[in-house]
Structure formats: C-alpha cells, structure tokens
Design a protein around this ligand. Sequence first.
Ligand SMILES: Cc1cc2nc3c(=O)[nH]c(=O)nc-3n(C[C@H](O)[C@H](O)[C@H](O)COP(=O)(O)O)c2cc1C
Length: 415
Amino acid sequence: MDEARLVTHLSGKRVVLGVTGSIAAYKAVSVLRALRCAGATVSVVMTKAATKFVTPRTFEVLSGERVVTDLFDAHEPMAHLTIPERADVVLVAPATANFLAKAALGLADDVLTTMLLSARCPVIVAPAMDGDMWTHPPVVQHVQTLRSRGVVVLDPEVGPLASGQIAQGRLSEEPKIVAAVDSAMASRCDWQNQVVLVSAGPTQEPIDPVRFLSNRSSGKMGYAIAAAAKARGAEVILVSGPSSLSPEPGITTVRVNTAAEMADALFRHFPTCTVLIMAAAVADFRPKESFAQKVKKQGKTDMVLELEATPDILAMLSARRTSQIMVGFAAETEHILSHATDKLNAKGLDLIVANDVTQTGGGGFGSDDNAAIILSARGEQRDLGLMSKRRLADEILTAVHELCLVRPCQKVLVQ
Ligand SMILES: Cc1cc2nc3c(=O)[nH]c(=O)nc-3n(C[C@H](O)[C@H](O)[C@H](O)COP(=O)(O)O)c2cc1C
C-alpha cells in the first residue's frame, strides 16, 4: 500500500496502543509490529474484554514492555497518568462501540479510558464493529463528538465482517492506521534539523576522595527536555551531571561530575549545536583545594573550607556563540523575576526559564512537577502553571520554537 512508504516520523516516538474487546483485536498485533518496525516504542494498554480475544503475553513479547490491563495495577499504581505523560501519540485499535461511547462521554472506569482523560498528545482511534453497530445513532454521535474534540477517528472499511454481513465496520488496514499515526507525528516534528545541546543534573565538586559539594538537582528537568526535543525530531546531546536517570534511546549522553568537566563537554559540543538549553545546576563554588586523601576528624572541632568560583559556563559560551539560540534556567528562592531578568541580560540569553525552587505543592528539585515562567530577551513573559516536567519541557520547546527558531531573537552579546 502507498501509505507504507510515507512512514518517516515514527522513529524514536512512543506510541500507546490501546486494544479493546473487538473480534479484530488480533489485528492489533500486526499494527504493533509495524509501529515497532518504523522505529517507535510501543506501550500496550488492554481493556478486560480485549484480553478475552488476545492474551497480554502476545503484546508483551512483541512490544518488549509490560502490558497494563488493570487500573489498579500493583506494579504501576499511577499507570493512567504516567503512561500518557510519556506518550507522543495514543492509538486505540481496534476501538469498540463501547469504547467510543465512554471516550465521548469522558467516562473513566478502566485504565484505557482514564488514561485518555490525561493524555495531552494526539489521539487516533480505529473503530471495528458490525455494520449495524457502526451506523447506530449513538455510535454516529459519539464519533462526531470525538472528532469535534480533535480525535482522529478512522472510518472503518467496507467488507466481509465476522457476522457474515458485508458492510462498513472492518478495522482499517494496518498501513492506513500506521500512516495516520505517522502523519500525526509529522506535525509534531517541528524540531527537525535542530541540534540541541542540553545540560542536566548537579555537579559534584570534590573535597577529598570521598566527599564533595553538590546540590539537590535530580536532572529530571534536563532529561525531560532532552526526551521532548528528541521526540520532536531534534538531534540531542545531553551533558549530564551525576543522576540516577537514564536517557531515552537515541540521545547522545556525556556523563560528567564536576563543573569543569561540564564546561569541557559543553565547549566541545557547542560549536555544532543550534540550540543550547542549560538546565544543569552547576556549582557556583568549589573547594580551592581537593585533598588527595580522606580528611580525618582526629580531634578537630571545626574546619574551614576555602572555596573559589567555578567558571561561568554560560557567559563563556555566550562569548563563543555564532548563531546558537541560548536558553538558561534560573532556579531561585526569592525575587524570582528580577533575578531571572538579571541573568537573562547578563548572560546574553534568548530565553530564561525561571522557577521558584522553594514552592510547596510539588515543584522544584527532585519533584516530577514544576511551575515556571519563561522570559525572553524581547521582554515577553509566559507564566506556565504547575505541570509535569515532561509537559513543561514541551511548553519550553514550543516557546523556544515560536520566539526564537521561527522569529530569530536579537543576539545580545556579553561584553
Ligand atoms: C465474539 C465477540 C466479538 C465482539 N466484537 C466486537 C467488535 O468488533 N466491536 C465492538 O464494538 N464490540 C464487539 N464485541 C462486544 C464488546 O466485546 C463489548 O461491548 C465489550 O463490553 C467491550 O468492552 P471494551 O470496550 O472495554 O473493550 C464483541 C463481543 C464478542 C463476544
């Protein structure tokens, strides 16, 4: 089929494949395989009825991931939120009449429908049912409702059905479904041709072989930005301080410990990047002297540690920039906007993402969520409420794209 040749935007994308209780559920297996062949990672979510037709084991083996069938899954208790959060697209194939009704009404009585309510990515639905069901007024109405909400509902095909009837109701052919997913991704590949250099995590500045000075950064924000940029088609180089996180596949990762190592890695990759996003919490100071042996207490009641400033990586990169867009972060505890504006101007940045790391209610260091304000060199300000770091990453990329990549920022060089 022609559609097969068009598949070019699925590489590195994460597809959530919802499978519902239709006789066509077995066809979801070949959809899964085709998505995998096109380079996508696929997480499968099945309704209880779907498991009557195909076992989760089949999808588990072919996807290489656990299949979630239960809203109250013991292994992943918040699957209905975590799975869609990481998704680039949700595809429900086959979709039953029952699923269409629940999705249209916003019901949430299983993991798939609950997940749909929190998904912020494109949703594609491929119905399959008997011909009389497809033309039944409530089904027609639910399809209209879903379409009016931006859900892509693929028309089922005309042909012989399980009942023996020849009518419209057959699940769309696999290449057509894959092409629909691919085209949904094409519109989200707005970072293609960009080389994005992202820094993440803390640095550790050694005091002696067993001790160091560091900070509370977990790396989650930088890793989320790297993943979002990769998903939107960019080539991504992630320079990461010590972090327990693993980058998504396809991201070039350079692991560093100290501010000096982070500076080296960034200087090395900066000339070839088009966008730099500095989400790392680089130490401002380091011990002037790092002891060769472990410092012993031995009756001492105090100890003075002399510190020196680390290199100002952003200012040094700013002085070396040619045409790179530069985005910084300001993790502040007070006077958020004025400190962030000062940093934006002093470092010659195009954008700065300011956030209050003292906020309660789940933002800042180590948290999965963050609330940020984006300030641009042209004086624009976007206040983004509390949201997951993965979603914030997408908002930041959208802002960079709109403010800088589409309308290049005025370059302000540091004197
Ligand atoms: C053998 C068999 C085949 C079925 N095939 C379909 C189908 O193709 N489409 C559909 O909408 N419902 C079909 N159903 C009915 C659904 O399985 C039923 O509505 C179920 O509640 C759907 O649950 P789910 O939407 O949570 O998966 C079938 C039922 C049986 C017993």
